[in-house]
Design a protein around this ligand. Structure first.
Ligand code: PLP
Length: 431
């Protein structure tokens, strides 16, 4: 099938037709060096490149593959849906089932609108917040990533952090000025922002647990304090669970947080689409009903609620039971502990920040609470670490500023492959 093909040749060819040879920047291996692996197949905990090499995968499509790749029941659901028609542009019963499934897990998402990407979900949530409050400003936290809409790229995490960019060209200053960027886990900075802009902040958007500048866990009670301060000021709290939702637990980070709190709008993506392009936003009816066609806040999508994506999402959520989460939690703990242990054994100063079953490496000592902490590390140690893992058949996120993802398909054999590769990688990081 793939005889005679090479990653180098694929990359060279791709770069003629596609900017940078990739359709999403971090995939280009820019910060780790080397040639991106061009993948042709994925199953369970493994992916295969065009050269026929198998890798144990710790990217999991950047989160969606909670059940591992190509879970047979998810694939069967998608095949069935495909046989019935790829896209109708009309309402389907499956969309209601998926909205009900989301609502059953996250009660605050009483009404749900399905969209195609996490970017659309957060963009729509903020438009809705502005429409509901009549206010212009939005607060986001440095190092958090909420997708690539204009107003949300300032000091963003993920690829923006990986490339060390302050934001993006092409965002007009008047739009950037509507976003106030604050340090994460800093309630004093939040109080100052509210005092400086009375009655003008429509929403605070926060990752439920930060995972796009490496893992940045919210301080205990931080999300609850955010909700309280927002509500005292007539501001809406948008909880971005695109990455954490249905991954760290059945009700996302919101279901794990030590201190109960009530967000106003919640965004979902990744796992909710089971590997297909699907995302969602939810909230209480009086807010959600401000969306078109009932209300004045416009939002739409040719492929919104696509039947194949809905089938994948429904099958995934229905399969994601307590056993799945227990497995992923345990597997993630085994790998995170081993990473910590092997780096220490190699004499490398590193910590492994964790939030539920998400974790990452920061090549530094001490706690990592905000974006400044995350950037204050010896990130040059990651490329050799990454390359050594890849060489041994383990595929890590190609950036130190990304979380690692496991799945319920990461069985003992997969964990063993990862654990056996770590000592050499830690040695490479030490050099
Ligand atoms: N919000 C968070 C927390 C994310 O991690 C991401 C993507 O990584 C997004 C939003 C954007 O989602 P998408 O890439 O589907 O547009």
């Amino acid at each position: 099938m793939t005889r005679g093909r090479s990653n180098e040749a694929e990359f060279a060819r791709a770069r003629h037709a596609i900017p940078g040879g990739v359709d999403s920047p971090v995939r280009a291996y820019g910060s780790v060096g080397g040639t991106p692996r061009f993948l042709v197949r994925a199953r369970g905990a493994s992916v295969w490149d065009v050269e026929g090499r198998e890798y144990t995968d710790l990217v999991c499509s950047w989160g969606p593959a909670l059940l591992g790749h190509a879970h047979p029941e998810v694939v069967a659901a998608v095949q069935q849906a495909a046989a019935d028609g790829l896209s109708f542009g009309a309402p389907t019963p499956g969309e209601t089932l998926l909205a009900e499934e989301i609502r059953a897990r996250v009660p605050g998402a009483e009404k749900v609108r399905l969209v195609s990407t996490g970017t659309e979900a957060t963009m729509t949530a903020l438009r809705l917040a502005r429409g509901a409050t009549g206010r212009p400003l939005v607060v986001k936290f440095a190092g958090h990533y909420h997708g690539h809409s204009d107003g949300l790229l300032a000091q963003a995490g993920s690829g923006v952090a990986t490339q060390g960019l302050p934001g993006s060209a092409g965002v007009p200053e008047p739009i950037a000025a509507q976003t106030l960027v604050l340090p994460y886990n800093d309630l004093a900075a939040l109080a100052t922002a509210f005092a400086a802009h009375p009655g003008r902040i429509a929403a605070v958007i926060t990752e439920a647990a930060g995972a796009n500048a490496g893992v940045l866990r919210p301080d205990p009670g931080f999300n609850a304090a955010l909700a309280r301060i927002c509500h005292e000021n007539g501001t809406l709290l948008v909880l971005d669970e695109v990455l954490t939702g249905f991954r760290v637990g059945p009700a996302g980070w919101w279901g794990l947080d030590e201190t109960p709190f009530t967000p106003d709008l919640v965004t979902f993506g990744k796992v909710v689409g089971g590997g297909m392009p699907l995302a969602a936003l939810g909230g209480r009816p009086e807010l959600m009903d401000l969306l078109a066609p009932l209300g004045p806040v416009y939002q739409a999508g040719t492929l919104s609620g696509n039947p194949l994506a809905v089938a994948a999402g429904l099958a995934t959520l229905r399969l994601a039971d307590a056993t799945v989460y227990a497995h992923v939690d345990r597997a993630a703990g085994v790998v995170a502990d081993a990473v910590e242990r092997e780096l220490a054994a190699a004499g490398v100063a590193a910590v492994v920040p964790r939030a539920g079953n998400l974790f990452s490496i920061a090549f530094r000592t001490g706690t990592v609470r905000d974006y400044d902490d995350a950037r204050d590390q010896e990130d040059w140690r990651y490329p050799p670490f990454f390359a050594a893992m890849l060489e041994q058949g383990v595929s890590l996120p190609p950036s130190v500023y990304e979380a690692w993802f496991l799945s319920s398909a990461h069985d003992d054999a997969a964990l063993d492959r990862i654990l056996r590769a770590l000592p050499a990688a830690a040695g490479a990081a030490a050099a």
